[in-house]
Design a protein around this ligand. Sequence first.
Ligand SMILES: [Zn+2]
Length: 94
Amino acid sequence: MGEKRCPTCGKWSKWSQQLQDVCEHCGQELSIKEQENIKRMESHLQGREENWMFYIKETDPVWLVYLKKTGNFFYTIFMAIISFILWLVAAFPG
Ligand SMILES: [Zn+2]
């Protein structure tokens, strides 16, 4: 168990380091900002191909397709790491 400062009322509340924990003073969720960040990241990760950093067109030559696929692969890993960091920030107080 730890404590987290409520973003809504500013008081310190007990929390079990879960994203869905609510403030014991005002009843609002303690991790609103973190949840928003994670949702944004998830929607980005689940985005359509057109939203990828390197969108592969049918007219691209083979070497460029490989290059873009490699780029997207590292981009996906990068986004996964960012999501993990956001989760860490959300899971620990401070
Ligand atoms: Zn509160």
